[in-house]
Design a protein around this ligand. Sequence first.
Ligand SMILES: NC(=O)C1=CN([C@@H]2O[C@H](COP(=O)(O)OP(=O)(O)OC[C@H]3O[C@@H](n4cnc5c(N)ncnc54)[C@H](OP(=O)(O)O)[C@@H]3O)[C@@H](O)[C@H]2O)C=CC1
Ligand SMILES: O=C(O)CCCC(=O)O
Length: 484
Amino acid sequence: MSGTLNLKDASLLKTACYIDGAWVGKGAIDVTNPATGEVIAAVPSLGASEVRSAIDAAEKAFKDWAARPAKERGQILRRWFDLMMEHQDDLAVLMTSEQGKPLAESKGEIAYAASFLEFYGEEAKRVHGAIVPAPTNDRRIVVLKQPVGVVAAITPWNFPAAMITRKVGPALAAGCTCVVKPASQTPLSALALAELGERAGLPKGVLNIVTGKASEIGGELTANAKVKKLTFTGSTEVGKKLMEQSAATMKKISLELGGNAPFIVFDDADVDAAVEGAVASKYRNTGQTCICTNRFLVQEGVYDAFVEKLVEKVGALKVGNGLEDGVNQGPLIDTAAIEKVEEHVKDATSKGAKVVAGGKAHALGGTYYEPTVISGATSDMLVAREETFGPVAPVFRFSTEAEAIRLANHTPFGLASYFYSRDVGRCWRVAEALESGLVGVNAGLISTEVAPFGGWKESGIGREGGQWGIEEFLEVKYVAMAGL
Ligand SMILES: NC(=O)C1=CN([C@@H]2O[C@H](COP(=O)(O)OP(=O)(O)OC[C@H]3O[C@@H](n4cnc5c(N)ncnc54)[C@H](OP(=O)(O)O)[C@@H]3O)[C@@H](O)[C@H]2O)C=CC1
Ligand SMILES: O=C(O)CCCC(=O)O
């Protein structure tokens, strides 16, 4: 298989699961390249009992791992970061082959994913407690921070590496151990990460990767009382279900769910800069990220200019197999994804919107879809309410700042928002008025390992990244030292 993928280090193509430091199970679930439809590998379909053994291994490894000095845990994470960067090219080929994103984006994601290991390797040393002034002189109030224990992580296919390291990096840095269930469509990146983690010196049981039927694995991970924390990125529907399932054992939870990101362009914006930000925010990963713009809200004075310039830029995007040179947009992940995109475009045009770029399946066939722009979008359309998760840019028109804010916030979701304006007063006002966890002001790409990432409203609970990300894996303990 690695022959087909032409990896420099063939041992990065792993097709077994990783439990307690051993590679277990045989190929049962096909992994398909969405660019070609070709099966590139098969991974095991583990059941509840194997997941239980992974949880047991993580629990057994927890005591020693948590007891290691933070500096030592940090050094292992740092070595893991170095190995990821050393193998960036191979990891990117694996990712593009199972996920479809252009190779340059995959390389970017590997560097982004590795940055969480680097950052949290350093942050491990900064898990500070506190000594609080006590109300009487005979005692001291001490606040300790300790790892929560075994962590279950369930991750999606759109960022096959970064969604794992963004969880596992801080969890391991804090002293927790992990059982990870990657998406069935993109398990190869996860398994390659485990191989590199082992080479970096992770002791057995500290990191475990299981693949198989989602409901069965998810059922065990949420029901098992040994798991103290669940961290999930994926659809809102599954996130809510996992939250419900985790209630019985009162697990700590972090959920990073769907969004419906608005991108507002005010009359005073630099329209060229806005168009550049729009393309980056909308068409990255073929529109399949939870922070991709879902709705462009453009003020009437620059509406026509924005649409015209956007159409021109979008027309220059090259669609194709992500492994080929110069490709900007790969295929969608699967047929269900392209069907959703088609439904949204059909619904919008049936309600009066006009397709001004793309608007149909791409001539390459399969799950390729043309980069699309729709003008005249209105709030009764599906594109206004639902996450399209595809390369479609619906452009809505508004007249006042108050109307833009109302439209932007008119959604149960609150993950990312973007806006372009050159008025500093407006920049502060609007940034503060938007109901979302992330706001890009004159910027369409804002993800970084040092900042908090997470949603308001139904977009989720908790934060990943920066100093906030590690808190999710720590318990706070108040120790009253009395009789002094
Ligand atoms: N917020 C985000 O970043 C993402 C949002 N989405 C949104 O969700 C839509 C559907 O995408 P989809 O991939 O189906 O997202 P899901 O939420 O279904 O998948 C995300 C992860 O959850 C797992 N999963 C699915 N069902 C269960 C379950 N019952 N118990 C435990 N784990 C489960 C999946 O496993 P398996 O792969 O084995 O099914 C995968 O590992 C997309 O079109 C998009 O709108 C999707 C991905 C990421
Ligand atoms: O789509 C997601 O689930 C993750 C967002 C990617 C990013 O961190 O930019």
